[in-house]
Ligand binder design. Structure first.
Ligand SMILES: [Zn+2]
Length: 162
């Protein structure tokens, strides 16, 4: 669960603030991009950045539903999928970490599990590198993004930030 203001701004910019948990948390499932496939509607895949160097934040442009986040290099094999987009989020198990809790609204939220998240990320990275697992639906085989991200203006970003 990430409480950073940028994750909140992403959902709010797309008019999907209702996807946020109480206190503004975004429930994210970190996994390998190779585990994500788009069976239909790939033409609606769109991407935005809150700033020129910000995370790549993916969404479905047909309904403005936020989908997930990646870094800007396909070499970092990570996607954070918003669990609200998953038909059976219960299957993912309980929340394992609460991070960036200084961005939480209302009652303070205790920061937990950051170290485990980083460790799990590194373990996935190394495993994927050893297996030469570099499938990703977000980049083409030359390493270029499959769509051009829209970069928010400062004003757009500010308006969306809680
Ligand atoms: Zn965040």
């Amino acid at each position: 669960m990430c409480y950073c203001k940028d994750c909140q701004a992403f959902a709010r910019y797309l008019g999907s603030a209702e996807l946020l948990e109480e206190s503004g948390g975004t429930d994210i499932y970190q996994t390998l991009p190779s585990k994500v496939t788009f069976e239909t509607g790939q033409e609606h895949l769109a991407c935005l950045r809150l700033s020129p160097k910000g995370l790549l934040r993916w969404y479905a442009s047909c309904c403005d539903t936020p989908l997930g986040n990646t870094l800007s290099s396909p070499r970092v094999r990570m996607v954070g999928v918003l669990t609200k987009c998953i038909s059976d989020p219960e299957a993912l198990g309980p929340v394992q970490a609460m991070v960036n809790t200084s961005g939480a609204s209302g009652e303070p939220v205790e920061e937990t599990g950051r170290r485990q998240v980083i460790f799990a990320f590194l373990k996935r990275q190394i495993g994927a590198m050893l297996r030469r697992d570099h499938q990703t639906p977000f980049f083409d085989t030359s390493g270029a993004l499959v769509v051009t991200p829209k970069v928010l203006t400062k004003e757009e970003r500010q308006a969306a930030t809680p």
